[in-house]
Design a protein around this ligand. Sequence first.
Ligand SMILES: NC(=O)c1ccc[n+]([C@@H]2O[C@H](COP(=O)([O-])OP(=O)(O)OC[C@H]3O[C@@H](n4cnc5c(N)ncnc54)[C@H](O)[C@@H]3O)[C@@H](O)[C@H]2O)c1
Length: 313
Amino acid sequence: MKVSVIGASGRIGSSVSFLLAKEPDIKDLIMISREKSLNKLKGLQMDIYDALAGLRSDANIEVHSDKDLSVVDGSDIVIITAGVPRKENMSRLDLAKINAEIVGRYAREIAKICDTKLFIITNPVDVMTYKAFIESNYDRNMVFGLGTHLDSLRFKVAIAKFFGVHIDDVRTRIIGEHGDTMVPLLSATGIGGIPIQMMPNFEKFPYKEVIDDVKNKGSEIIKLNGGSEFGPASAVINIVNCIIHDEKRLLTLSAYLDGEIDGIRDVCIGVPVKVGRNGIEEVVPIKLENDELEAFRHSVKVVKEYCELVKNI
Ligand SMILES: NC(=O)c1ccc[n+]([C@@H]2O[C@H](COP(=O)([O-])OP(=O)(O)OC[C@H]3O[C@@H](n4cnc5c(N)ncnc54)[C@H](O)[C@@H]3O)[C@@H](O)[C@H]2O)c1
């Protein structure tokens, strides 16, 4: 397998690259950044090779500037993490215009070179996924964004800690925007097959505080440590592994909707999807509780406005 990372000199890009290099099935890793960050990439390449030796693993790692993207040819997946990150007190949506120019340009260039899967991490990730989809003109199963998968993991951690259970026993899902209007699905939340509402102590579970905490987690990490890194990078590897191993797991990614849920069309947003070798193999047309549906519609409205805004950038 060959995987390319664009924006590999950055916080997320470098962490993603290291985790990818450790995966035994990824034989070729292509790390790409702007020319001015090429030396940083070379340093990262050396450091990752050292780490792989310590871990008794190996991979072929190449580093390139983005001047000639033909090096991505043959990639099974191209991961785009390039873009401006949020600063304290910024919303992800504040980055829409500046990052749409970057992601749109890369998507167009890559599509001229090869057919591949585009996995978008750059924020606002739903809007950037939409931009990459329209600019690449790829089939919609081939373009997806990290979306609310990371938020779902954050919610999962909070549930596991409160109920004192193993993280693997918790099932939950947050859909909608990777941002303030995300929609937690209590209807899809349970522990070891038991709906969360049926768990002892559910009445003491501080649901609202937990969800506020999930929504603010990214900002909190930015405030304390400049930005998130290991969480999103591990979430990315989860998805890459699903594709490589054709796992067909039901995860929540930002995907292009064509009427599957509530007849909603022409937007990319976090929804349950089946992930396998072909990328998004199905947008799962789930039913939602009335309050969840209302919140989802609102989230779609917010994201759609920004998708319109970046269409012609
Ligand atoms: N989807 C998620 O869950 C999630 C989580 C965390 C961060 N992010 C987003 O990922 C992106 C990267 O975050 P980071 O913390 O790695 O930032 P960073 O500043 O550490 O790295 C940014 C990378 O983008 C490149 N870059 C910046 N401007 C560019 C331009 N004009 N043209 C080409 N490349 C450019 C930089 O060279 C660097 O490689 C941000 O948009 C951030 O908001 C998404």
